[in-house]
Design a binder for this molecule. Structure first.
Ligand code: EZ4
Ligand code: CO
Length: 405
């Protein structure tokens, strides 16, 4: 069997997605997600100029060899662009392998560990009451876990809060230049404990609560936050501090029993190796699209399992439904799976481009039984939504210093 053609399609049905489509000579088609938010066209160039010419004519069944060829063979290992390109190819090859075997991908990974995949939904409000009202609505819909983000008084915008925009797509979809946002740790600390004490008071102890700091704090500030939130029993505190220096998490860990999660920007197992091995985190949030595909995620999951670290894959709106589906297959298999982030199944345009076979009920997703990943990519529909340059925001402290967004 041979790879006959590989195409990269960029579309913007509300926001940009980079999709890899592999056609094998038997007519079998596989699709993968290679979207890097705000840097989409770099992945397209990498794939079209440097990857696709090497793969046409190869056997699409040789997933491992192709993964190693693209990773080791480039000489330049790792990096978000390289690993997203590898991920797009890898997911499409797993999709093909499933279709050839007439099995859903989770069966190829080893079969089920669970009936369904627990999800956590997002509640982001203009103040504490609004956030908890939104969380209550999600609980009423059946979600057992909710991430709480509230606007910080005195800052124009806050991460995770949609504000006057209709949804995440209106918020993220059209930013021809990076908007600038502000951060102030002191203002954040003046509201964050009240958010969780009030949430426990109103929502009770039966719902899992989560929070994403989005890397705004230093390690000692994260330690303080973790301690402060201990009485409210978070499922996890996400991205408290940047961990480019993985050892810096030792400081946070020494001070708090609040479970820690990290990894949505990680592009290889090496980014999380020390954090996992030293048991400095409880959940690893690597995503198939950014960490090198299903092949790489399987290795991270197994490695994490040795150290009681569970997986909690990233599930933001900038990951396409193909990635979400890849995560559902991984999560259905992964023995040490924790929870999946979930922001809905996209708007109407997205659903017209990516037809995804998934059932969501009572805060749980049930993976597709269709052969492969279970997503049909409609290329004609994608053509109606051409690429639009769009950036993530940049963050500054109130004195103008560039900070982590
Ligand atoms: O800001 O995916 O947990 N989710 C997140 C996301 C990220 C975006 C960046 O592209 O932190 O909302
Ligand atoms: Co996050």
């Amino acid at each position: 069997m041979k790879i006959e053609d590989i195409k990269v399609i960029v579309c913007s049905p509300g926001r940009n997605f980079v999709t890899v489509k592999i056609v094998a000579d038997s007519g079998v088609i596989g699709v993968g997600d290679a979207t890097v938010n705000g840097r989409e066209m770099a992945v397209v160039a990498y794939l079209e100029e440097h990857v696709i010419p090497c793969l046409v004519g190869r056997d699409p069944q040789d997933i491992e060899d192709i993964w190693q060829y693209l990773y080791k063979g480039a000489y330049w290992r790792k990096g978000p662009i390289t690993m997203a390109a590898i991920a797009g190819i890898d997911m499409a090859l797993w999709d093909i392998k499933g279709k050839l075997a007439n099995l859903p991908v989770y069966q190829l990974l080893g079969g089920r560990s669970r009936a369904g995949v627990n999800l956590y939904a997002h509640a982001g409000g203009s103040d504490i009451d609004d956030t908890i009202d939104k969380a209550q609505t999600l609980v009423d819909q059946g979600f057992k876990a909710v991430r709480l983000q509230s606007a910080v008084a005195g800052l124009k915008t806050t991460y995770g809060v949609v504000g006057d925009k209709k949804d995440y797509y209106e918020l993220q979809g059209n930013r021809p230049l990076p908007p600038e946002e502000q951060w102030c740790t002191q203002k954040y600390f003046s509201m964050i404990e009240a958010l969780f004490s009030e949430a426990r008071r109103r929502l009770g102890s039966g719902v899992h609560l989560l929070h994403d700091v989005h890397s705004r704090l230093t390690p000692i500030e994260s330690a303080r936050l973790g301690k402060m939130l201990e009485p409210y029993h978070l499922l996890f505190l996400e991205d408290a501090s940047i961990a480019e220096n993985q050892q810096s998490y030792e400081l946070i860990r020494q001070h708090t029993t609040t479970p820690l999660a990290i990894g949505e920007t990680y592009n290889s197992i090496w980014d999380c190796k020390d954090l996992i091995q030293s048991q400095l985190v409880d959940y690893i949030r690597a995503a198939a699209t950014h960490a090198g595909g299903i092949t790489a995620m399987r290795r991270i999951a197994d490695f994490a399992g040795l150290y009681n670290v569970r997986t909690a894959p990233h599930g933001a709106p900038d990951l396409s439904p193909i990635c979400f589906s890849a995560h559902l297959h991984l999560n259905t298999w992964t023995p040490n799976f924790g929870i999946q982030e979930f922001v809905g199944l996209g708007n109407e345009q997205i659903r017209s481009v990516f037809q995804q076979d998934v059932m969501i009920k009572d805060g749980m997703a049930v993976v597709s039984e269709k052969p492969g990943l279970g997503v049909d990519f409609n290329e004609q529909a994608a053509q109606q939504y051409p690429y639009k340059r769009s950036y993530l925001p940049v963050s500054r402290l109130e004195d103008g210093t560039v900070w982590n967004w």
